[in-house]
Design a protein around this ligand. Structure first.
Ligand code: FAD
Ligand code: NAI
Length: 484
C-alpha cells in the first residue's frame, strides 16, 4: 500500500475523504469513486481492511476453520468408516495459513483502491476547527488533506475491565488477552478463562478448546444475551459437550497474577451474602466484554462533531454528524458492530451524498456466530416480540428431522421462525445448526421482500438440503409440517 501522501496533493479539495479503511470505509470509498467522486482514503494502520480483515472476522474464521477440521478429523471420522493414523496439528503452520489469508485479502484491497483510482494515504487523521484533516505520524504533522465532505469510519476497539478488576499493566496480550492477542497465540493456553460469553468469547473460546485448552467462560449475564431461551440453552449444551464450561450470572471480582498464572476471583451465580467468593486458576484470560467506538484523539470535539456519553459519533438518519459536511458510519456509530452493517451504511451514505435516496434496512441485518453449531439471528426474537406486544406465531423444526442433516451428521439444532399472526409476514428467525449463517440468508431475502411464512411454505426447495428445514419450520407454524 502507498505509505505516504500521494505524489502531489490536488489543487482543489477532494470530493470525499474517508477516514478509516475497514469494511465501512473502503467500501464507501469504492462506491464514491464509482459515482464519480474524487476520493481519498486515510488509514493509520500499515495495511488496509480495518479490524475485520486484520484482527477480526477473517483471522478468527481462518482459525475456526482449521481448529474445526482438526476436531472433526480427531473425533468425527471413525463413524464414517475412515481410519487415520495419529492426528496432530502444527500451530505455527495454522497461524501462517491465517496470516497468508489476511495478507492476500488486505493486498486485494490495495488492488481495488488502485483500480478505482482512490488515493490512499497512511497516517493518523485528526480534524481541526476549520474542518480540514491534519495528518500525523506520531506527533509529527505531515500536512493536511482538504475535502468537501469527510466520512468518519473510525471503527472500534476492545473494552478493557476497570483497573479495580484488572490492573492495566497485566493486560499486555501475553497472559491477559484481547481478541487480538487470542488470535496470535504461539502455543495453546493450558487453561483459558474467557471473560464475556459474547460473540468473541464463544468463537475464540471454541478455537482454543478444540485445540486442547481447558476453557471456562464467565459472564455476568447469560451467553449471547439477546438469544431466545430455547436457542441459548441448546447452544450452551452443545458447547458444553465440546468441553467448554460456563459460569454464567457470575460477578467477576478481580484478576490478579498467581503462581499458576492468573487468579480469577468471582462471586458465583445467585451470590447471596452467604455464598463465598471462589477463585479460578488459569494460565490465560481472554477479556471479551464488548467493544467501544475508536473516537478518541481524532479532533472530533475541536471540529464540533458531537459524540454521545459512550463515545459513539452522533448521527441522523442520513449519517450526518453535528458538523456540516462530516458524516459517520460503522462501528463508531450506534447499532450492531458488524462488518456488513458498516458496509451497508457506507454505501448508503455515499449514495445519499450523490443525490440518491438509499436507506439501510436494519431489520434485515443478520448476526452470525461462527461456532459449531453456528447461530444465526435476524429480525425480532421471541423475547422482543413479547416485550413489544407483537401478536406472533412460531414455526420450529429440528434439524434431526431433516434428511440432509442426517446424512452429514449435522442433526444438532433447529430453525425457529417468528411471523405475524395476522398475515404470516416473517418478522424474525433464530437458527442453531450447521451452516446457519448461510441458511439465514434465504430468510433475509424473504424479509427484505416483505415475504411471509406462507411464501416460504410455497417455494419449492431442492432435496435433500438443509434449506428444507426452513420450509418445514414455516409449514409447522402454519399447521402443516410434512416431516414431523
Ligand atoms: P474497522 O474495521 O474497525 O476500521 C476502522 C479503521 O479506521 C481501522 O483500520 C483504524 O485503524 C482506522 N482509523 C481509526 N481512527 C483513525 C484515524 N484517526 N486516522 C486514520 N485511521 C483511523 N463482524 C462481522 O460482521 N462478522 C464477523 O465474523 C466478525 N468477526 C469479528 C471477530 C473479531 C475478533 C472482532 C474483533 C470483530 C469481528 N467483527 C465481525 C466485527 C467487525 O470487525 C467490525 O464490525 C467491522 O470491522 C467494523 O468496520 P468499520 O469499518 O466500522 O471499522
Ligand atoms: P459482546 O457484546 O458480544 O459480549 C460481551 C459479553 O461480556 C456480554 O455477554 C456481557 O454480558 C459480558 N460482560 C460485560 N462485562 C462483563 C464483566 N465485567 N464480567 C463478566 N461479563 C461481562 O462483545 P464481544 O464478544 O466482545 O464482541 C464485540 C463485538 O464484536 C460484538 O458486538 C460483535 O458484533 C462483534 N463481533 C462479531 C462477530 C461475528 O459477527 N461473528 C465475531 C466477533 C465479534
Amino acid at each position: 500500500m502507498p505509505d505516504s501522501m500521494p505524489d502531489s496533493m490536488p489543487d482543489s479539495p477532494y470530493d470525499l475523504a474517508v477516514v478509516g479503511a475497514g469494511p465501512g470505509g473502503y467500501v464507501a470509498a469504492i462506491r464514491a469513486s464509482q459515482l464519480g467522486m474524487r476520493t481519498v482514503l486515510i488509514e493509520k494502520h500499515p495495511t488496509l481492511g480495518g479490524t475485520c480483515l486484520n484482527i477480526g472476522c477473517i483471522p478468527s474464521k481462518a482459525l475456526l476453520h482449521s481448529s474445526h477440521l482438526y476436531r472433526q478429523t480427531h473425533e468425527g471420522l471413525a463413524e464414517h468408516g475412515i481410519t487415520t493414523g495419529k492426528i496432530a496439528f502444527d500451530l505455527k503452520a495454522m497461524q501462517r495459513r491465517k496470516e497468508k489469508i489476511v495478507a492476500s485479502l488486505t493486498g486485494g484491497i490495495d488492488f481495488l483502491m488502485k483500480k478505482n483510482r482512490i488515493d490512499v494515504v497512511t497516517g493518523h487523521a485528526r480534524l481541526d476547527a476549520t474542518g480540514a484533516i491534519q495528518l500525523f505520524d506520531g506527533n509529527k504533522n505531515r500536512g493536511k488533506v482538504e475535502a468537501n465532505n469527510i466520512l468518519l469510519a473510525l471503527g472500534s476497539k476492545p473494552v478493557m475491565l476497570p483497573d479495580a478488576l484488572l490492573p492495566s499493566a497485566l493486560a499486555d496480550e501475553r497472559r491477559v488477552l484481547t481478541s487480538t492477542g487470542a488470535l496470535a497465540l504461539a502455543s495453546v493456553p493450558q487453561r483459558l478463562c474467557v471473560i464475556g460469553a459474547g460473540v468473541i468469547g464463544l468463537e475464540l473460546g471454541s478455537v482454543w478448546a478444540r485445540l486442547g485448552s481447558e476453557v471456562v467462560v464467565l459472564d455476568r449475564l447469560d451467553l449471547l444475551a439477546g438469544l431466545d431461551e430455547d436457542t441459548s440453552k441448546a447452544f450452551q449444551k452443545s458447547l458444553e459437550a465440546q468441553g467448554l464450561s460456563f459460569r454464567l450470572a457470575t460477578t467477576l471480582l478481580s484478576v490478579a497474577p498467581s503462581k499458576e498464572g492468573l487468579a480469577i476471583k468471582l462471586q458465583p451465580a445467585g451470590g447471596k451474602h452467604d455464598t463465598l467468593p471462589e477463585t479460578l486458576q488459569a494460565s490465560h484470560a481472554l477479556i471479551a466484554v464488548g467493544r467501544k467506538p475508536a473516537t478518541q484523539d481524532c479532533g472530533l470535539e475541536e471540529a464540533g462533531v458531537a459524540c454521545d456519553e459512550r463515545g459513539f459519533v452522533e448521527i441522523d438518519e442520513h449519517f450526518r454528524t453535528t458538523r456540516e459536511g462530516v458524516f459517520a458510519i460503522g462501528d463508531c456509530v450506534r447499532g450492531a458492530m458488524l462488518a456488513h452493517k458498516a458496509e451497508e451504511e457506507g454505501v448508503a451514505m455515499v449514495e445519499t451524498l450523490a443525490g440518491h435516496r438509499t436507506l439501510v434496512d436494519y431489520a434485515t441485518i443478520a448476526g452470525v456466530v461462527y461456532t459449531e453449531p453456528e447461530v444465526a439471528t435476524v429480525g425480532l426474537s421471541e423475547r422482543e416480540a413479547k416485550e413489544q406486544g407483537v401478536s406472533y406465531k412460531l414455526g420450529k423444526f429440528p434439524l434431526s428431522a431433516n434428511a440432509r442433516a442426517r446424512t452429514s451428521n449435522a442433526t444438532e439444532g433447529f430453525v425457529k421462525l417468528l411471523f405475524a399472526e395476522r398475515d404470516t409476514r416473517l418478522l424474525g428467525a433464530q437458527i442453531l445448526g450447521a451452516e446457519a449463517g448461510t441458511l439465514v440468508q434465504e430468510l433475509v431475502a424473504i424479509m427484505a421482500y416483505r415475504g411471509t411464512a406462507e411464501d416460504i411454505a410455497q417455494i419449492c426447495h431442492p432435496h435433500p438440503t438443509l434449506n428444507e428445514a426452513l420450509r418445514e419450520a414455516a409449514m409447522q407454524g402454519l399447521g402443516r409440517a410434512i416431516h414431523l
